[in-house]
Each structure stands twice: as structure tokens, then as C-alpha cells.
Design a protein around this ligand. Structure first.
Ligand SMILES: *Cc1c(COP(=O)(O)O)cnc(C)c1O
Length: 400
């Protein structure tokens, strides 16, 4: 962010979150980041415009004397958000996309079919959409699904990518990133870091090649932007930008502006939401209608909280003693929690993964019908607990 960083102590993530991606603003004479909506840009002359075009079409940066040419190749508002996210992830670069799934698609294309490889190894459980994309082989690569200990055993000469998600969706399973990276050897590892956010976990520090976020969730944090972003090395970013330039799954600059603005409050939101989640988890653990609580660091999620992850986060799931009927009664009875898919926003959400987010997952890997997932927002946790208490009382009335 500042040239003399190395001379001083490293800046705290809270400080980086406020300042990153804003280095050019003072020279522009502005305090808030401008939103650049130009779809095209005036060319200085044919030669320099053409050279800049070629640089960006190959995944590079615009050339200083050639300009940004066309917004499918480069947009300054998007680039500022990418710079901010990259700093929070301890990465050289980040590449933003129109959705989390577009980001996953670009990562798959760049490392498999576009790289002459046709096989992926993926550790389940994964977000339902990711599982569906891999299982469908829609992008021309076949996926072998396995547990985290079986990654090495399933590698093939044509394996181009290893995919993991931790905490996993929806049961918050944790995968040991460093152990998977060691098994993967030379094969790049993609970690879906959506649930943890850069505040709680930095996969690149553990050897992962890419840290992917559905920025729709915590990064945006307000439920009003669909976006994806991948933090990685500059070399990997070039391969991803090339796919983005060719296929066109761009993040719109208005979305990028909101995401960049949201970064400033990400540390505070995650810290507070996590504290509330811990309170809700403790309360749910005592409730007779709940037979199991899934949250990083409790149950069989082992010792990765405090080492790999700096905290358990603000996502949790519960298994209801009275099964699907109880899930239906609960999702229909809450008032403060909105019954909706998605997660990571300032308001709390509840949803039924088997019927919704994980509907396309193969039956043997689909979560149980008695599981409900909760995303804890910024409300007072005592109000959330009162809401759950009332709704769970309705559940016992409904199922008798
Ligand atoms: C939502 C989600 C995605 C997909 O992101 P979109 O922005 O909806 O395309 C991927 N991974 C995880 C863990 C998610 O929660």
C-alpha cells in the first residue's frame, strides 16, 4: 500500500481493509474512489492502443501509454477492489468476476482445458453449485471426488487442479489446507475461502495457489452484489484475466465500488458476527430440539481453529431432532432470521441445504433433510436467540 511498508511493522488487517486499493486517489484529487463506467476508452494512437490491447488480452496490465482500451479488458474501479482484496489475502494480485461461480469457472478453465489438462480432484463437501459444476463435466474436465486424505491417491498425470472448501458448506467441515497442498505436489490447489473470509484464514500463506471468494457473501456483506474474486500470484492472475477477457464474466464497476467500500467494515463485521455466532452456538447446544450443532472447532472439526483459522466464523448448522418436519416449522416460524439462501450479510438468514443450496448434489453426498444452516448477522445475539427460542417452541408444537 505504501512504499515504506517494509521499514515499519506490517499494518494490521483492520488498517489494510480501510486503506488498500486507494493509492491513486490523492493524485486524482478525490477522497472516495471514482466509479469509472466507460465501456470504451479513447486511444492515444493505433500503435500504442494496439500494444496495450495485446498486453491485456494475454492477461497483463494496460500499458501506461496505451490506455485501458475496452472495459472487458480493464476497469480502474474493479482494479482498486482487486488490489484491496489481494492485500487482505497476502496475495500479489486478485481477479474479480461477475459471480463466485464465474470465478470458479475461470479457475477450472485456466488450469484444466486451457492448460491441456482434463482432470480435477475435489474434496467433498463443497458448495452445491461448485459440486454441480464439477460433477457435470460441463467445462470438459472430469472430476474425482474424495476425502481430504485421498487427494494424493487420485492424482493423475492429467490432473490440473485440486479443489477444496474450508469451512465446508453446509456442515462446516474443516480441511487441513497445508496437508492437501503437500499431497497435491505440483498440482495447483484452489481453496474456496468464502466462509472464513480473509479475516479468519489466508490459504495462500498455507501454500494454496488460489483463494476464492463468493464476494456475494461476507466481502459484499449487505446482500446487494453478486460477485466472485480470486486472490493469487501475478502469474496465476494473468491466466485468470486472460480467461476473463476471452469469456467476459466481468464484475460491473458499480458492484466493484460497493465491494471495495464494504472491505473497510469487513474486519468489524466478521469479528462481531463471529462473537454472536459463538453465543448462538452455545445456546443451541443446550436446546432439546437440536441433536447436533455444526460449527468450526466443536465436535469432530479437530484442531484447525486457532491454527489454520483464527476463529470459527459466523456460519453454523444444526441437526433437528424431529427431522424435516421440524426444519419446515423452524424456517416458517422465524421472524428476525430471513428464510433465504445466501449468507454472510449484516442480517441473519436460515435455509434448508438439502432442498436448496445443495439440491443438485449427488444423493450420497447431499446433506441430511434434518439439517438447517444459519448465517448470523449483526443483530443483537440475544434477540436472535429469542427468535430461535420462539420458533423452536413452535416446532415442538407442530411436530407434537
Ligand atoms: C455462494 C457460494 C458460491 C457461489 O457464489 P455465487 O456468487 O453465488 O456465484 C461458491 N462457494 C461458496 C462457499 C458459496 O457460499
Amino acid at each position: 500500500m505504501f512504499d515504506d511498508d517494509a521499514a515499519d511493522r506490517p499494518l494490521s488487517p483492520e488498517t489494510v481493509a480501510v486503506h488498500a486499493g486507494r493509492a491513486d486517489l490523492a493524485a486524482l484529487g478525490v477522497h472516495a474512489a471514482p466509479i469509472d463506467l466507460s465501456s470504451t476508452n479513447p486511444l492515444p494512437d493505433i500503435l500504442h492502443g494496439g500494444d496495450s490491447y495485446e498486453s491485456m488480452a494475454n492477461g497483463g496490465h494496460p500499458l501506461p501509454d496505451g490506455g485501458n482500451v475496452y472495459a472487458r479488458l480493464w476497469n480502474p474501479t474493479v482494479a482498486r477492489f482487486e488490489e484491496g482484496l489481494a492485500e487482505l489475502e497476502h496475495a500479489e494480485a486478485a481477479v474479480a468476476f461477475s459471480s463466485g461461480m464465474a470465478a470458479t469457472t475461470a479457475a477450472i478453465l485456466a488450469h484444466t482445458t486451457a492448460a491441456g489438462k482434463h482432470h480435477i480432484v475435489a474434496v467433498r463437501p463443497l458448495y452445491g453449485g461448485t459440486d454441480h459444476l464439477l460433477d457435470s463435466a460441463l467445462l470438459g474436465a472430469q472430476t474425482t471426488f474424495c476425502t481430504e486424505d485421498e487427494v494424493h491417491a487420485h492424482l493423475r498425470p492429467d490432473t490440473g487442479l485440486v479443489v477444496v472448501e474450508t469451512p465446508g458448506n453446509p456442515t462446516l467441515d474443516l480441511v487441513d489446507i497445508a496437508a492437501v497442498v503437500a499431497q497435491a505436489g505440483d498440482v495447483p490447489v484452489l481453496v474456496d475461502n468464502t466462509f472464513a473470509t480473509p479475516m479468519l484464514q489466508n490459504p495462500l500463506d498455507l501454500g494454496a495457489t488460489m483463494s476464492l471468494h463468493s464476494a456475494t457473501k461476507y466481502i459484499g456483506g449487505h446482500g446487494d452484489v453478486i460477485a466472485g474474486v480470486i486472490a493469487c500470484s501475478e502469474e496465476t492472475a494473468q491466466a485468470l484475466r486472460r480467461v476473463r477477457a476471452i469469456t467476459g464474466a466481468l464484475l460491473h464497476p458499480l458492484g466493484a465500488y460497493l465491494l471495495h467500500r464494504g472491505l473497510a467494515t469487513l474486519p468489524l463485521r466478521v469479528e462481531r458476527q463471529q462473537r454472536s455466532a459463538e453465543r448462538v452456538v452455545a445456546w443451541l447446544g443446550e436446546h432439546p430440539g437440536v441433536s447436533e450443532v455444526f460449527y468450526p472447532g466443536i465436535g469432530d472439526t479437530r484442531g484447525l481453529v486457532g491454527t489454520q483459522m483464527r476463529g470459527g466464523g459466523a456460519m453454523l448448522a444444526i441437526r433437528l431432532r424431529d427431522g424435516y418436519a421440524a426444519a419446515e416449522a423452524l424456517t416458517g416460524s422465524v421472524r428476525l432470521f430471513t428464510h433465504a439462501v445466501s449468507l454472510g450479510g449484516v442480517d441473519s438468514l436460515v435455509q434448508h441445504p438439502a432442498a436448496l443450496t445443495h439440491r443438485p448434489v449427488a444423493a450420497e453426498a447431499r446433506p441430511g433433510a434434518d439439517i438447517v444452516r444459519l448465517s448470523i448477522g449483526l443483530e443483537d445475539p440475544e434477540d436472535l436467540i429469542a427468535d430461535l427460542s420462539r420458533a423452536l417452541a413452535r416446532v415442538s408444537a407442530a411436530v407434537g
